[in-house]
Design a protein around this ligand. Structure first.
Ligand SMILES: N[C@@H](CCC(=O)N[C@@H](CS)C(=O)NCC(=O)O)C(=O)O
Length: 242
C-alpha cells in the first residue's frame, strides 16, 4: 500500500495543492491502491508536500515519486508516447509547475480578497501540517517573501493575470479538440493538466485568470471528462469526512 501524505481536502476538491492533487490523480490513473494521510511538513523529506511512504520508505517530490512508481510498477500510461509527444508533455508540465503554479499561489496569498477566502483553508493546516501554532499572518508574510524572491511577487495583479492568461491560452491551443493532452489516451501529463486546472477553477474568488480558464470550453470539457473517468468514486479520506 502506498501512503500519500498531503494537505487537507478543501474547496470541494481532493486537494488544493496542485502537486498533491497531481500525485493522487496519477495513482488513480495508474490503478495503484493508496491511502491518504495528513502531512506534516516537519517530517516531509524535502520539507514540502506531497510526500509518500512506499515500501516503508519516505519519498518527496511528486515527479520523483511518479518516476519511482513507473520503474517499480511499469508505465502503461506513457510507454506508447512518441519522443515529440513526450517533449510536449514535458514542456507543458514545466510551464504549469514552474510558472502557472506561482500565479495560482499569488491569487490565494496576495490580493486581500483572495487572502480572505483562503484564510479558512490555511487555518486547517495549523498546527498539524505546518508543525506548530504559527499565526496565519506569519505564514502569509513568509509566502509573500517567497513570491518576492521567486519574482512573481514583484508584479501587480494585472501583470500576473496577463501572464496567467497567456499560459491558459497556450494550454487550450495545444489541447485543441483532443480527448487528452496528447491524444485519445490519457498520459501521466494529464494528471498535471487536470490538477492545475482544478486548482485555478476551485478558487471561490473570481479573477480574470479564473474566468479566462472557464471561458476555454475545451479545457472545461476536458476537466469534466477527466473527473468522470478518474475521480467519479472519490470520497474525502475518512479522517476528514464532514
Ligand atoms: N516539486 C515539488 C513541489 C511541491 C510544492 O511546491 N509543494 C508546496 C505546496 S503546493 C509546499 O509544500 N509548500 C510548502 C513550503 O514550501 O513550505 C513537487 O512536485 O512535489
Amino acid at each position: 500500500m502506498i501512503t500519500l501524505y498531503q494537505t487537507p481536502v478543501a474547496w470541494g476538491t481532493p486537494n488544493l495543492s496542485p502537486f498533491c492533487f497531481k500525485l493522487e490523480a496519477y495513482l488513480r490513473m495508474a490503478g495503484l491502491p493508496y491511502e491518504v494521510k495528513l502531512a506534516s511538513l516537519a517530517k516531509a523529506p524535502k520539507g514540502k508536500v506531497p510526500y509518500a511512504e512506499i515500501d516503508g520508505m519516505l519519498m518527496g517530490d511528486s515527479q520523483f515519486i511518479i518516476e519511482h512508481l513507473k520503474s517499480k510498477h511499469g508505465d502503461t500510461l506513457d510507454s506508447k508516447l512518441t519522443p515529440e509527444q513526450l517533449a510536449i508533455g514535458h514542456t507543458v508540465r514545466r510551464m504549469l509547475e514552474e510558472c502557472t503554479y506561482w500565479y495560482i499561489v499569488y491569487m490565494r496569498w496576495v490580493p486581500e480578497e483572495g487572502w480572505r477566502a483562503y484564510v479558512p483553508v490555511v487555518e486547517t493546516m495549523v498546527p498539524g501540517v505546518v508543525g506548530g501554532p504559527v499565526p496565519v499572518q506569519a505564514l502569509r508574510q513568509k509566502m509573500l517573501q517567497i513570491l518576492h524572491d521567486q519574482g512573481t511577487g514583484r508584479h501587480n495583479m494585472d501583470e500576473v493575470q496577463e501572464l496567467a492568461r497567456a499560459d491558459i491560452t497556450a494550454l487550450a491551443t495545444l489541447m485543441g479538440n483532443k480527448t487528452y493532452l496528447l491524444g485519445e489516451s490519457p498520459s501521466s501529463f494529464d494528471a498535471v493538466v487536470y490538477s492545475f486546472l482544478v486548482s485555478i477553477i476551485a478558487n471561490p474568488v473570481d479573477t480574470d485568470f479564473k474566468q479566462h480558464t472557464l471561458s476555454q470550453e475545451n479545457l472545461v470539457r476536458y476537466c469534466a471528462r477527466f473527473k468522470a473517468r478518474f475521480f467519479a468514486n472519490w470520497k474525502p479520506p475518512e479522517s476528514q469526512a464532514a
